[in-house]
Design a protein around this ligand. Structure first.
Ligand SMILES: Nc1ncnc2c1ncn2[C@@H]1O[C@H](COP(=O)(O)OP(=O)(O)OP(=O)(O)O)[C@@H](O)[C@H]1O
Ligand SMILES: [Mg+2]
Length: 499
């Protein structure tokens, strides 16, 4: 299939070509025809597989050209994502003469209101949008409303805002929701906001995480995180990396710590001024520095080219957050690596992530410290090995003096003795130790959790079948019936994360 098969208008087709898109991704292939036909769609597909274009292209095709007022509204959870999505849509809308604007907090009201009045597409965070609507600063009646990162937007905290926003748009024609994770509870909520929504799920294998991402974890004690992270950075030498922390305070502290170690790094979190947030993201995109230490504010939707590694300094608060955090790498069919630090106390959280996401998270042992201290004692050992057996101390020192100036010899010998005495120079648990710890939790988990299934819609083995069903329906030109599965594990809406 090619983009020509969608029979877009020549201008849109050209814009898609100029964006360098040749083949539609599976989510685009499945959802574009359904959206063009006017269906309400809930789309789920792996991170980095083109969900933005999957909803943006058919909507742009359906929009009336020229100054018609706001026809499409896209609601997103963060300011960074609002800017990014409005830029991505601009790539396609520019030739259609449809204006796009981003609306979020921390920016001047006056300018934003002016821009909204001239735009056909508005990409907004819920807080600022609701503020403008409730204070009567803008009156818009979009035909299409999209909730990107739908599960996040319908989580506690955003849910009330989103419901109130929807009250303003009762005349909308079509509602769309997209995310890489759509738990069952969200389906029930979506059902109250949408008309006969069609659920599309694209998943090639069992995992909700993107298959292009290699995933490892390392078990350490709480106090070993910094040293372990340094070892992983040293060892993996990332081209571009995001390190996720749980709190804003930890994010700032870790960024300072890494700066002192001469890494090129900046912090990003929700307490920063808008000007600084923008500066940090722009600098990271441009490659002015290659490590971003962030809270979950950077976990959802951000599409930054060439992120080779994602590090979880702390285990994420929930499996969804894990899927989205690591999804900052391995995008647009590129490969990526995700590494996570886990303490024994976090073993059950790790097991839940593995179970709920179906991820192949492999356990590794951290490289030993001494292996990183290239040259400090390595060459003195090889010289000692050359000294024939049976020599006296004086003769040994004499032969070493042939290789080293006297002033260097003493520190080198001391380092050698230190490392020989301090044999346990490694930090973290070995793979074997970590696996034993996990096994003990696994047993406990099974006994304790038996009556409640934590399996969510996105980890169920029926995933493949559901996808096939939808796919066949589309191929036969039929509109499949909505399939809504009720959750058996009770409601599990994730508490608002403080990022
Ligand atoms: N058909 C395509 N061909 C080539 N590149 C594409 C195609 N569709 C999307 N892309 C590119 O892939 C990247 C990821 O797309 P996008 O940000 O829409 O992913 P996503 O599925 O929304 O991910 P996330 O779940 O993290 O939000 C973007 O850089 C986008 O320009
Ligand atoms: Mg996205």
């Amino acid at each position: 299939m090619t983009f020509k098969d969608f029979k877009f208008s020549p201008s849109l087709e050209r814009a898609v070509f100029e964006a360098g898109f040749k083949t539609p991704s599976p989510i685009q292939e499945l959802s574009i025809p359904l959206i063009l036909k006017g269906n309400d769609v809930v789309g789920q597909a792996h991170t980095g597989t083109g969900k933005t274009a999957a909803f943006a292209l058919p909507l742009l095709e359906k929009m009336k050209k020229g100054e018609q007022g706001v026809e499409a509204l896209i609601i997103v959870p963060t300011r960074e994502l609002a800017s990014q999505i409005s830029d991505e849509i601009y790539k396609f809308s520019r030739l259609l003469k449809i204006r796009t604007t981003a609306v979020f907090g921390g920016m001047s009201y006056r300018k934003q209101i002016e821009h909204i009045q001239k735009s056909g597409v508005v990409v907004a965070t819920p807080g600022r949008l609701l503020d403008l609507l409730e204070r009567g600063k803008i009156t818009i009646s979009p035909r299409f409303v999209v909730v990107d990162e739908a599960d996040e937007m319908l989580n506690m905290g955003f849910l009330e805002d989103v419901r109130r926003i929807f009250q303003f748009f009762k005349t909308r024609e079509q509602t769309l929701m997209f995310s890489a994770t759509i738990p069952d509870e969200i389906k029930d909520l979506a059902d109250t906001l949408m008309k006969k929504p069609l659920f599309i799920k694209v998943e090639s294998e069992e995992a909700v995480t993107n298959n292009n991402i290699k995933q490892y974890f390392y078990m350490v004690e709480e106090g070993e995180r910094d040293e372990a992270l340094l070892q992983l950075l040293d060892f993996s030498r990332p081209k571009k990396a995001v390190i996720f922390c749980r709190t804003k305070k930890e994010t700032d502290r870790l960024a300072d710590f890494l700066k002192k170690k001469k890494f090129k790094v900046e912090a990003l979190h929700g307490d920063m001024e808008q000007y600084d947030r923008r500066k940090v993201i722009t600098g990271f995109r441009k490659g002015e520095y290659n490590i971003l230490v962030a809270t979950d504010v950077a976990a959802r939707g951000l599409d930054i080219k060439n992120i080779s590694h994602v590090f979880n300094y702390h285990i994420p608060l929930d499996p969804e957050s894990y899927v989205h955090r690591i999804g900052r790498t391995g995008r647009a069919q590129k490969d990526g690596t995700a590494m996570m630090l886990v303490t024994p106390a976090e073993a059950s959280e790790l097991l839940r992530i593995k179970e709920d996401t179906g991820s192949q998270l492999e356990c590794y042992t951290l490289p030993q410290k001494s292996k990183r201290k290239e040259g400090r004692t390595k060459d003195i050992i090889s010289q000692l090995e050359k000294v024939p057996y049976g020599k006296t101390h004086t003769e040994i020192v004499g032969s070493l003096c042939e290789y080293y100036p006297e002033e260097e010899l003493v520190p080198r010998l001391i380092a050698f003795v230190e490392e020989t005495l301090n044999k346990n120079d490694s930090i973290g648990k070995t793979k074997e130790e970590a696996e034993l710890i996990l096994a003990s939790y696994q047993g406990k988990d099974k006994q304790e959790k038996k009556p409640i299934s934590h399996k969510r819609s996105f980890s169920s083995s029926s995933r493949g079948r559901k996808f096939q069903g939808i796919r066949r329906g589309v191929e036969r030109g039929e509109v499949p019936e909505p399939s809504i599965k009720k959750t058996s594990g009770g409601s599990r809406i994730v508490a608002r994360k403080l990022y």
